[in-house]
Design a protein around this ligand. Structure first.
Ligand code: NAD
Length: 740
């Protein structure tokens, strides 16, 4: 079976997301709804969506729209028909009747239902139709969420299902997990249970919502929205419907029932329009007072709102033991929540799946957790877990493990896919070195560096790991969400606060040396980025010899936003790429002016398609839809480049002062139009100094080292100003840029 044409029926949140993602995979798709007006509106929403559902907006015309009556003929030509209409069984049954009358033989028909069992969905189908019918449960937003749960029925043609799974893995980039027909499948069953436990325990232990979110968040390897933030994001009313459906579907003695009970505060929030971010607010709300926006949090006891309080647990990276070992109510809360999640998830094996590993993967891919429940158990340690847990009656999995107490019970990871992933390789590789910011693995005859800091922010140790690992071919890759959000600004500010600018200079110099070393060492260096590739992260990636990038990367040299210029070779490298263009050969100022614009505005690309025209990526760099494939593709590149020779060093010819004057003219206009303020002007001037080549002229050659020096000098001049320091501090505390 080859999937060349798809019809999606229902153009709401999910149908439009699925259609957009098929478009991302270059598959022509027709989107049908009750009226063409509805599906046309959906297409407009796709075009305007933020974050963008489309990798390449210019492909929007690959999505045709129509209505379920006049345009139903499109079903006849489709290889796959996805139903994503409202969660009503009568409507779904009617649609299937129509589809199966029209579809071509062998075309796959699937439903995106999140709660209706396949045995109910398929009860009116004959055995032949059932062969090609399954559930394909995508998560919202479809482009960004990695999980796809495929639920099959007893009559399915398994070759057909396998072909669909492969298509969804390779072309759509999804982690496709085949699961049993049980309520909520894997992801939602555990994910929603976990949210309810996190909420009910917070109420029981009288934690504030900020405290609960700070614990059931980053330190537990859970996205920073925590539980109450996530409730607001999903919609408190929608969550209430989801719970009702679980209560109805699950047996009376399922522990889910206990945590899904109605909470008066929530009923009241929904009644008063506090349904979350889409409503008047939710557990959190933005309140405007005297023209100032203040983020407020609800008091779980009284329902009143108060300005939020920042909770700092002092735990930078995921560390369950640091959390559960605390002797305060935070420690009690963390243990209570984690142990309940582990207990519940393990009690469902083998009922919802015989592969416990799939539950972990579903939590990573569908909820962006760093670890699933079984990895949490592994990370706490089996002995420690059983020393502390109270009871686990009727839990086959825990009963078995309590007897063996096998600390290595976990075995292989990511069993759901044939792809050779980094997650599968790491346990087989030799960890040859580690420091507080990175791990170095040796696998076969090459090295792997994985950054390990929060958001993979870079510091001296990250650079040290990279430099030490170039004694062999090197792949820079990681399993966390981000490749790297850039240089660790807290690390830099700690020196600045002490007036220790020498240490900052030493670090930047080492950053530059390392990047130069990556580019010119005798072994090939491959960066395999996904997620954020910003600032220093981009500098590492673009000064590697090869790049294999996930299509969803967010890439940019954003240093000007915090009052700095890229100083790890970012200005130099992008300038070099632009100076290789035909236009640059005709006009020596073309490339520097282009780069002045790109870096000056801190331009970011939200996909590989956007990164290429900015020359953050080269046409020959590999782009892959499936994040899981990054390692396999990087490894292929190493094999293809056994006779690797490092590139020749580049030489630049830049105009110097006359070019800088041109750039300053541009800044003056922006300043007069109040687009930039005083410090913005200064930052722009420093960028102009670097990109014009400093004290030079067109008849002189500048080496890469000359440009590195210019970057360093400008960086140092800026970091020493109180305005740049104010920008950095503001960004660190609010996550937003300061305009000064
Ligand atoms: P939605 O309400 O946003 O969209 C449903 C669409 O179906 C609407 O545009 C509606 O006009 C259309 N529709 C209704 N009857 C129709 C008919 N007879 N023919 C054609 N179109 C019809 O719903 P949604 O959130 O996109 O959910 C769709 C499906 O996906 C549901 O089964 C839901 O359970 C499931 N799901 C939702 C999410 C989520 O986060 N929203 C996640 C996973 C799965």
């Amino acid at each position: 079976m080859e999937i060349k044409k798809v019809v999606v029926i229902g153009s709401g949140t999910m149908g439009s997301g699925i259609a957009a993602h098929l478009c991302n995979a270059n598959v022509p798709v027709t989107l049908l709804d009750l009226t063409t007006e509805i599906s046309q509106k959906a297409r407009e929403r796709i075009h305007k969506s933020r974050p963008p559902l489309l990798i390449d907006k210019s492909k929007i015309d690959n999505i045709k729209v129509g209505n379920i009556n006049d345009d139903f003929d499109s079903v006849k030509h489709a290889d796959w028909i996805v139903e994503a209409v409202v969660e009503r069984i009568d409507i779904k049954h009617n649609i299937y009747e129509k589809i199966f009358k029209s579809r071509k033989p062998g075309a796959i028909v699937s439903s995106n239902t999140s709660s209706i069992p396949i045995k109910v969905l398929s009860e009116k189908l004959n055995d032949n139709d059932k062969k090609d019918f399954c559930i394909t449960h995508f998560f919202n937003p479809v482009r960004y969420m990695g999980l796809l749960e495929i639920v099959i029925n007893e009559n399915n043609d398994l070759d057909q299902i396998n072909a669909l799974k492969k298509f969804c893995e390779k072309e759509l980039g999804k982690g496709a997990i085949v699961c049993n027909d049980t309520p909520g499948f894997l992801g939602n069953r555990i994910g929603v249970f976990a949210m309810q436990v996190a909420m009910t325990e917070a109420i029981k232990l009288k934690l504030t919502i900020e405290e609960a979110d700070a614990i059931f968040g980053r330190p537990m390897g859970i996205p920073k929205t925590g539980v109450f933030g996530l409730y607001d994001l999903i919609g408190i009313d929608l969550m209430s419907d989801v719970l009702k459906s679980f209560i109805k579907e699950l047996s009376k003695n399922d522990p889910f029932q206990e945590v899904a009970k109605e909470i008066p505060l929530i009923t009241n929030l929904i009644k008063t329009g506090y349904t979350g971010r889409k409503g008047k607010g939710g557990f959190y709300r933005m309140n405007k007072q005297q023209n100032q926006k203040i983020l407020e949090a609800i008091n779980l006891d009284t329902g009143e709102y108060f300005p939020t309080k920042k909770i700092d647990l002092g735990i930078e990276t995921v560390n369950l033991n640091l959390l559960i070992d605390r002797k305060d109510k935070y420690g009690e809360y963390a243990w209570s929540v984690i142990s309940k999640i582990i207990k519940y998830a393990s009690s469902l094996v083998p009922g919802i799946t015989d592969k416990f590993n799939d539950i972990d993967e579903a939590m990573r891919l569908g909820f962006n957790w760093a670890m699933g429940p079984f990895e949490m158990l592994k990370s706490i340690g089996v002995k420690k877990f059983f020393d502390r847990i109270d009871g686990f009656e009727n839990n086959e999995f825990l009963e078995g493990l309590s007897k063996t107490k096998d600390e290595n019970f976990y075995g292989e990871r990511q069993k759901y896919t044939d792809i050779e992933t980094l997650g599968k390789i790491k346990p087989k590789a030799l960890k040859i070195d580690k420091n507080k910011s990175a791990d170095i693995y040796r696998f076969k005859d090459f090295n792997i560096v994985e950054f390990t800091t929060k958001a993979c922010a870079l510091d001296y140790d990250s650079m040290d790991a990279l430099k030490n690992a170039t004694d062999k071919p090197l792949i820079i890759i990681n399993e966390s969400m981000q490749f790297s959000a850039g240089v660790n600004l807290t690390y830099t500010m700690n020196f600045a606060d002490k007036g220790d600018f020498k240490s900052i200079e030493k670090f930047i110099k080492y950053f530059q040396d390392t990047c130069k070393h990556l580019k010119y060492s005798n072994h090939p260096v491959i960066s395999a980025p996904s997620g954020l590739v910003l600032g220093g992260g981009e500098e590492v990636a673009i000064q590697s010899n090869f790049v294999v990038a996930h299509t969803n990367i967010v890439m940019g040299l954003v240093e000007t936003g915090v009052g700095l210029v890229p100083a790890g070779g970012g200005c130099k490298e992008v300038l070099w790429r632009w100076s290789q263009t035909e236009e640059a050969k005709k006009d020596p100022n073309f490339a520097p002016l282009k780069v002045f614009n790109i870096i000056g505005y801190a331009t970011t690309a939200t996909s590989t398609v956007e990164a290429e025209p900015l020359k953050f990526l080269k046409p020959e760099d590999k782009k892959v839809m499936n994040r899981n494939s990054l390692f396999e593709e990087a490894k292929k590149l190493l094999l293809e480049n056994k006779d690797f020779k490092p590139p020749e060093e580049c030489k630049f010819k830049l105009s110097g002062k006359p070019l800088k004057d041109k750039m300053v003219k541009l800044l003056e206009k922006l300043y007069n139009d109040k687009v930039i303020l005083d410090h913005g002007f200064k930052v722009g001037e420093e960028l102009a100094t670097v990109l014009s080549g400093g004290d030079t002229s067109l008849d002189k050659d500048l080496s890469e080292d000359n440009l590195y020096n210019l970057e360093l000098e400008s960086f140092m001049r800026l970091i020493e100003t109180k305005e740049t320091q104010a920008r950095i501090k503001h960004t660190l505390s609010t996550g937003k840029p300061l305009v000064n």
